[in-house]
Each structure stands twice: as structure tokens, then as C-alpha cells.
Write a protein that binds this ligand. Structure first.
Ligand SMILES: C[S@@+](CC[C@H](N)C(=O)[O-])C[C@H]1O[C@@H](n2cnc3c(N)ncnc32)[C@H](O)[C@@H]1O
Length: 360
């Protein structure tokens, strides 16, 4: 599945429409995007809960927390997941996605984003949703009345024991594993697995470490890694692997953020996409850009990751090349025509770098 549109333009109508559906849910519990200050207070309360609480379980049991999760965190995760699916779209076996699991589905951001992607392919699938909170599943059910076209909900349950069919083609865990003490083994039975987690140093590093346990369970890592070696960032304290979405469209969320001490123009997240099915086309010449462009006097640098570890790619400004590289881009490098200066790989001409996959 290829698209020439930038992610933010392509997904904007769906995203704005989704906020309209959320508004209906908010009105039911005494909130509205038309009262952004009241929502901002609720969001601040939920953010404080996440920061101050070691347990970190999403509290669905109060109207304030529920409104905050629906109005703000659900659309943010929808935006993250749209970006994640688009990044890995070429490796998702859309035509063979018969049984899908959304683990810790909450209000369903990951499923709604997947449904939207399925609309583009014309394929459909059966969805099982799992969340320990009945309130969360209730929110999902309400939103799904108008937001699911390609996914047919076959079962919603509060734990794996209650699921009647545990063999999944694709399992997604979006922002849920960080709430668990132990990850259920059942999750690893899926043929394809997408795990999306917060982009903090601590949570990203836990996910990076999980790469090896997935490989031990016969998975191959399809993204973001371009290789099957242990994550090289784990050997440094300064770096952790995360992705960045394009800017969110202007929406009701901007009004809310006027009353918040934090703003989310672009969003970050960490992820691993793994499969037991595919033959991974690991290439010794493939490199993932794992930093934003780092502008310095006279040059721009990027951290790149490959089976050789983390290296620095650089472009001296006086070389005057038009090269637009961003976090998440997958590159192919011809090392023979790149100049190595200590630990830095200096680009001398455009023939030495080609972009295999542009991130959004
Ligand atoms: C931060 S929310 C993420 C919701 C949704 N996946 C998203 O991306 O917005 C985490 C969800 O995981 C659920 N959860 C936490 N521990 C769980 C467990 N042991 N089994 C099932 N669900 C769990 C919580 O109830 C909550 O709805």
C-alpha cells in the first residue's frame, strides 16, 4: 500500500471526523470540545495521575478521567497509530488479516486507525478486543457504532481466558504493555505483532530490550530495526529509539492546549513490528535514521542504525546537496563512496545515499 500524500494531509479528514464522534461521547458525560478549559483541567488531572502513579493503570472509573482519555489521549493515539500503520504498511499482509487482536484496547484508537487503513485496501477482518476495564470497552462499543467499516467485532473480553479463539494473524498492543507487570504469553502467539509504547527514555528502552525476547520466540523484527542484532542503543545511556509523527492537524485539541502546560504539535512514540511469517529482507546496506536532523555550525548530522550499530551520518553545508532526511527514513548507503572521518560518515554526493522508504 503506497501513498504519495503526506500523512497529515491524507489522514486529516478522518481525524477531524473522528473528533466529531468523540464529541457525542463527551456530551453524554457532561463535557464538550466547546468547553476546552473544563476538558483541559480533566486532562491535567489524568496527566498528573500518569506521572505521579507508579502503577500507571488508566483510570476509567471517573467521568473526568474518562472525558480526558476520550477527548485528548484517544485522538493522539489514533494519530500515532495511523502513522505507525503507514510506516509498516508494505509489510502488513492486508489480504491475510483474518483475525486481529487489540490488546488493552481502551477506547479503541488502534482498532479505529486499522479500520481506516483497511478501507484503503478494501480488505476486512475480524476483531477481538481485550481490556480489563468494562468502562473502556463500553466507550469502544459506542464509538464503533459509526467508526468501524472493515473490522467486524467478534469478541470483547477482559482477559485472554475469556477469548474463545486465541490464534491471531495480527495482534496490536498500543500503550498498554507499560501498564502490565507481566506480558501475557498469549500475545506472542500471533503471526504479526505491533507494539506501540510511550517514547520516554525508560519505556522505549524496555521495548528495545524486548526485541531479543521476541527473536527468542521465533519472531523477526520488521521495523523499525533494519537488522536482527540486539538494539545497539541499549549500550548507550543517551539514545533511545522512537518515531515521530507529522504535525497534528489544527483541531479542537489546539483550543484545549491553550489551557495546558504541554503542547503536542508532532507526537513521538516507540514501536516494534515483528512477524513469524515473513522472510525479512535484511540488508547490510540498509540504515534507519534514528534522530531528528541535528543542525550544527557548518553541518547537519543524523544518527543512523544498522547491523554495524549506531553511526553518525553528516552533510557539510558547503557541499551544497539538497538532502531531506528525517527520523524514520530507511536509507541505503554506498559506503565506498562515503568519506569516513573518525566515527562520522560524510556524504560527498547524492549517489552514495538513496532513500529506500521515506517516513510519511
Ligand atoms: C493507556 S490505555 C491504551 C488504550 C488504547 N490501546 C490506546 O492506544 O489508546 C491502556 C489500556 O490497557 C488496559 N489494561 C491494563 N492492564 C491490562 C490487562 N492486564 N489486561 C487487559 N487490559 C489491560 C487498561 O484498562 C487501558 O484501557
Amino acid at each position: 500500500m503506497k501513498s504519495s500524500l503526506k500523512t497529515n494531509e491524507e489522514f486529516k479528514p478522518f481525524f477531524i471526523d473522528f473528533l466529531g464522534v468523540i464529541e457525542e461521547q463527551l456530551l453524554e458525560i457532561g463535557f464538550s470540545y466547546r468547553q476546552p478549559k473544563k476538558l483541559a483541567n480533566a486532562i491535567k488531572g489524568l496527566s498528573d495521575h500518569f506521572i505521579g502513579n507508579e502503577q500507571r493503570i488508566t483510570p476509567w472509573n471517573s467521568k473526568e478521567f474518562k472525558a480526558a482519555y476520550l477527548a485528548y489521549y484517544t485522538p493522539l493515539n489514533l494519530w500515532r497509530l495511523l502513522h505507525a500503520y503507514k510506516t509498516i504498511a508494505e509489510d502488513i499482509p492486508w489480504q491475510n488479516l483474518n483475525k486481529v487482536l487489540d490488546f488493552g484496547m481502551g477506547s479503541g484508537a488502534a482498532s479505529f486507525a486499522l479500520d481506516y487503513m483497511l478501507r484503503k485496501t478494501g480488505f476486512s477482518a475480524q476483531l477481538s478486543g481485550l481490556d480489563q476495564s468494562e468502562e473502556a470497552l463500553g466507550c469502544f462499543k459506542e464509538i464503533s457504532k459509526s467508526q468501524l467499516e472493515q473490522l467486524k467485532v467478534t469478541q470483547l473480553a477482559d482477559d485472554f481466558c475469556s477469548l474463545t479463539n486465541g490464534e491471531f494473524d495480527f495482534a496490536i498492543a498500543s500503550y498498554s504493555l507499560n501498564e502490565l507487570e507481566v506480558i501475557p504469553e498469549e500475545l506472542f502467539k500471533s503471526k504479526y505483532l505491533l507494539i506501540v509504547e510511550p517514547s520516554s527514555s525508560e519505556e522505549s528502552r524496555l521495548l528495545m530490550a524486548m526485541k531479543e525476547s521476541l527473536i527468542d520466540r521465533d519472531f523477526q523484527i520488521l521495523a523499525p530495526c533494519s537488522h536482527q542484532n540486539p538494539c545497539p542503543m541499549l549500550t548507550t545511556k543517551k539514545l533511545w529509539c522512537h518515531a515521530r509523527t507529522p504535525a497534528l492537524p489544527q483541531s479542537q485539541l489546539n483550543k484545549i492546549e491553550e489551557y495546558l502546560p504541554f503542547k503536542n504539535r508532532t507526537l513521538t512514540y516507540s514501536y516494534l513490528f515483528a512477524s513469524k511469517q515473513s522472510e525479512v529482507a535484511t540488508s547490510e546496506t540498509h540504515y534507519r535514521v534514528v534522530s531528528d536532523p541535528l543542525k550544527e555550525k557548518g553541518k547537519t548530522r543524523w544518527n543512523i542504525c544498522s547491523d554495524k550499530g549506531i553511526e553518525t551520518l553528516s552533510l557539510l553545508h558547503r557541499v551544497k546537496l539538497d538532502l531531506d532526511l528525517n527520523r524514520g527514513d530507511l536509507l541505503e548507503l554506498d559506503r565506498n563512496s562515503i568519506e569516513q572521518k573518525k566515527t562520522e560518515l560524510r556524504i560527498k554526493d547524492l549517489n552514495s545515499v538513496s532513500i529506500v522508504k521515506k517516513d510519511s
